[in-house]
Design a binder for this molecule. Sequence first.
Ligand SMILES: Cc1ncc(COP(=O)(O)O)c(C=O)c1O
Length: 424
Amino acid sequence: MTAGSLRGNEVVRFEDAGRSRDAVLATLEEMRAGDADWRSGRVPLYVFSGPPDVQEIGKQAFNLFFTENALGARRAFPSLLRMEQEIVGMGLDLFHAPEGAVGNMTSGGTESIVMAVKACRDWSRAQRGDAAFLGNIVAPVTAHPAFDKAAALMDLVVRRVPVRADLRADVPAMAAAIDGDTIMLVGSAPCFPFGVIDPLEELSELAREHSVWLHSDACVGGWMAPFAAEIGRAIPAFDLGLAGVCSLSADLHKFGFCPKPSSVVFYRSAELQAHQEMVFDVWPSGRFATQTLVGTRAGGAVAASWAVMRYLGREGYRRIAHEVLEMRDAYLADLRTIPGMVIRGTPELAVIAFGCDDIDMGKVATRLGERGWIPGMVRDPPSLHLMMSLHHAAAREAYVRDVAASIDAVRRDASVRSTQAVYS
Ligand SMILES: Cc1ncc(COP(=O)(O)O)c(C=O)c1O
């Protein structure tokens, strides 16, 4: 069998005899040989890397707690409980949390967002005294689809509002979309499509004016933006220091450089967080109460996140932020040398989108794919996309050269199929 050779849900013979350790590992290596070469920076998203020593300590810590289950942190693993409390506590320090703010770890950005939406929905129900109330969420078009996933799970509606010319949330347009059923406003720090941070300060004012919940989605930028600010980069306010921000999601497994799966969702107060909890009390086994969508949680991910954060400290994160942003600047400078190239908006961190408006960028993506790159894409406006960390540094010259050559090829001969922007 070669990697990817199954068509889908075929029956696969479940062999009676187990294979040898060597055979199993050899097959894994063989299958991996067919994967895209992310280590050389040829994959535009999915993988985030800090320096090798940071990867290493994350792996070691993960392996130390490989078998432990964070679901049992309170009853059986006080070590994991303490680590999680310290991780959340460091986040509260970093994100200018007011007295009494709280948080908990989840398996990723989507779960953090689903939990924040659940808390907001149930808080809104309690405010209205209507246990069946179904409201709407007002979000810029650039917000992550995790909000729609949460809304689909909870029968809520998401109203997506066009963004300004600079690709950031249009606050007056969002204000116009609010009605009596609106329970949540969303801003991203930054948004995935363009890497720009929404005007969360203004959104905070708007949320307070209408007494609605504001979620700051800092899944991508949360663990990098504060350090970028500390080294003198211009970063707009986005965190719990803004009085209207009721919840904030920040993924450690992205620019926190921690192993997957790891994210944190923060709440302004324990009273808001209380609505996140799911309690089931008519089970033969007894009372079941969790703060997360999942039950069992990888103890390794908690230990690895704690280890990476303690190993790096603020100083280490500042160093990585500096390196990543210098690399981002170099990418932008090189891309700007390509005739007709437009950088979409003014990205604050290391997520960028760019394209030429006179040609079909889907065709450019096809040509780039032929040159061995997985093309990151944005549909509107048609662009290429990169979410970069340290392993992208060495690829810069080759990447920009191949983007330029692909654009040139499409300008000379447009008779090539256009790749669609699909994330699945
Ligand atoms: C802005 C933003 N929010 C949320 C998410 C969802 O994160 P995850 O893939 O960890 O569920 C992403 C993923 O890229 C994102 O870019």
